[in-house]
Design a protein around this ligand. Sequence first.
Ligand code: PGA
Length: 239
Amino acid sequence: MVNLDKYSSIFIANWKLNGNSSFLKDYYEKLKVNSNNCTIICSSSIYLKSLKGNNENLFCGAQDVSFYKKGAYTGELSASMLKDNNIDFCLVGHSERRQYFAETNNIVNIKTTNLIEENIIPVICIGETLEQKENKLTEEVLSTQIKDSIPNTANHQNVLIAYEPVWAIGTGLTPTLSEINQVHELIKNFDQKYINFKVLYGGSVKSSNSKEINELRYVDGCLIGGASLKVDEFNTIIS
Ligand code: PGA
């Protein structure tokens, strides 16, 4: 398993349903990994194997994993299959999975458990919608997501948390810096056992705001969607 303690910052590119072979080739030729940070590229699963570079601080992450371990589940990809392909990280519970594919906290919990058993580090995504924020429900929503989706086997070395306000994803909107810091502090303090967990921020991170977000006391890195598709932009973010 990747030693998370080694890194002060972790940057994850979430390419979502984007990219093809020539995009990958060009991207990897231009990508400049900073050896102080952990950089993880989450491409579509079919490309994961071809992404393995030879930089020891560059890793591959899947964007999803099956809830099932094996069996008659056409189209699924198990945690052990990811491991068999040397995949070190996997996003779980991204808001797009929760919204479009009915992924519940319970499903996230089981996926996380399966990944931990295979020594793959799950990146558990949590976050409130705009309506929940406006109704001052952020704390309650996050607390439930954490309690219900993080299994007891999780610890600060085998799980990452990503705080991604749903209303900030792909919109160009972000919480203020102090809001981000406060929410991250809150997450780490929900229970003593989360105090050392690394918590990444995601939602409209780009080169013009990544530095100040990443420098916040309770932020341990960023999860980047749209801006990670432009390699020069992503190079600036991870530099
Ligand atoms: P965004 O996406 O950076 O495009 O807002 C973040 C994410 O979906 O993880």
